[in-house]
Design a protein. Structure first.
Length: 430
């Protein structure tokens, strides 16, 4: 670090009002207009508007900005001729009725970091790239990290044609509807030789940091996720005419499956496994008809890659048994599967030195949530900084909250880390 870089990093801590202003600006871009949290789903006009806010801000700083066919927006501060960039950023979409911070904090951090470096007339050795990824949340199409998957080459147009939202719109159709061109997705692919490293700042979405009164988290592992759709087949029939013992009620059966899934995650062998059934569709969903079919969308998260996949198989077997006990049948379909990801030790060590230098108390921890960084780790060395989540870590909810001063501290650490990476001579052995 040079004297000048330290100055850049330290100025950011004061910029609490800059944090609030940008968080408010993005929060206003919501289907809900401020009430009931933020709803800004991937590949919608509102998400594109948020990307435009990011692009305009970065252009005003004098950075070159482009949006790719996947909908990712990238702003670049040129380096001294080296090709391999150092990146930072996160996503701008939300879940339905989500919070103001998930993803946004990492993009706001990138904006404030770029602002500080531009104001300080910082001339990087490596190109510094500030990234807003598109459609990170799995809430709309079932699979998370769409924009970063396309950047990393872990999905393609054919696979995206299969994924549909609850209205039957495929990812490709949604992309076209907001002016993106899925026929050019190959152009959104990041090449390894163009990247040195990537750092994402994000809210913790848990309460480890706040409980420990830590300033900042350094992530060593990101949980994997296996997503299943279980469909329970019963027989729809008249709610008055059909005797209780003659029923094949798909919702009664599905309810027992939900409880069995919860029991599975709570048994001693699954300490740390998280199973959620967050979406249920019963049909015909009529008060006077016994449910004939129910779909359950299951999300299994784990930091243990083998256990994650074994849990999915065990759950399918138990769900089949449970369905049969209730005179129904079941089929299971894999929606998405992502392995847990280990982040770079070298970056954790650099970040730990930077946070010590800045007088921040840090903790190394795992992430229960998925992040774009998981995909980008296929391209280059990656790291993540977590800022504390308050309100017991609640997230994907309007109650999600992080303090502006904690976010500003995160921006300070991020700026320090990016400049430290920029000055680091040694490339990692990969
Ligand atoms: C992304 O927010 C996830 O679902 O983990
Ligand atoms: Mn997120
Ligand atoms: Mn999220």
């Amino acid at each position: 670090m040079t004297e000048g870089n330290s100055t850049a990093a330290e100025q950011v801590a004061l910029d609490v009002s800059g944090v609030d202003e940008l968080i408010d600006r993005f929060a206003a871009l919501s289907e809900t207009h401020g009430a009931e949290g933020v709803t800004r789903l991937g590949y919608t006009p509102l998400e594109r508007e948020a990307h435009q806010v990011f692009a305009t801000f970065m252009s005003h700083l004098g950075l070159s900005v482009h949006s790719d066919a996947a909908g990712n927006t990238i702003a670049e501060l040129p380096g001294d001729g080296r090709p391999d960039g150092i990146g930072t950023g996160s996503h701008l979409d939300s879940v339905p009725h989500g919070g103001r911070f998930d993803g946004i904090v990492g993009v706001v951090a990138a904006m404030l970091c770029a602002q500080t470096l531009a104001a300080d007339d910082y001339h990087p050795r490596h190109p510094l790239r500030f990234v807003a990824f598109a459609n990170e949340e799995g809430a709309r199409f079932g699979q998370a990290c769409n924009g970063s998957r396309l950047a990393a080459g872990t999905t393609d147009a054919e696979a995206l044609g299969e994924l549909r939202d609850r209205d039957g719109i495929s990812v490709l159709e949604a992309m076209r509807s907001v002016g993106l061109d899925p026929d050019r997705l190959d152009e959104a692919r990041w090449r390894r030789e163009d990247w040195d490293s990537f750092i994402e700042m994000h809210i913790e979405q848990g309460s480890v940091l706040a409980d420990g009164a830590d300033d900042i988290g350094l992530v060593d592992t990101i949980s994997g996720s296996t997503r299943l759709r279980l469909t329970v087949h019963g027989v729809a029939s008249h709610s008055g005419g059909t005797p209780m013992l003659a029923r094949h009620d798909a919702l009664v059966s599905a309810s027992a499956i939900v409880l069995a899934a919860n029991d599975l995650a709570l048994d001693a062998e699954h300490f740390g496994t998280r199973i959620t059934i967050g979406r249920i569709i019963a049909s015909p969903n009529s008060m006077t008809t016994i449910p004939g079919e129910v779909t359950l969308d299951v999300d299994i998260r784990d930091v243990d890659t083998d256990r994650q996949r074994q849990t999915a198989l065990t759950l399918i077997a138990r769900a089949k048994e449970t369905a049969a006990l209730h005179d129904t049948s079941l089929d299971a379909h894999l929606i998405a599967d992502t392995a847990p990801t280990l982040l770079s030790r070298r970056i954790i060590e650099l970040a730990s030195r930077e946070t010590d230098r800045l007088g921040m108390v840090h903790r190394v921890l795992a992430s229960g949530a998925s992040h774009d960084t998981q995909q980008i780790s296929r391209v280059c060395e990656t790291g993540m900084l977590f800022v504390p989540s308050l309100h017991h870590g609640v997230s994907h909810s309007p109650d999600e909250f992080s303090r502006a001063e904690d976010i500003a501290r995160g921006v300070q650490a991020l700026t320090g880390l990016l400049t430290a990476l920029d000055m680091a001579d040694e490339q990692p052995a990969s």
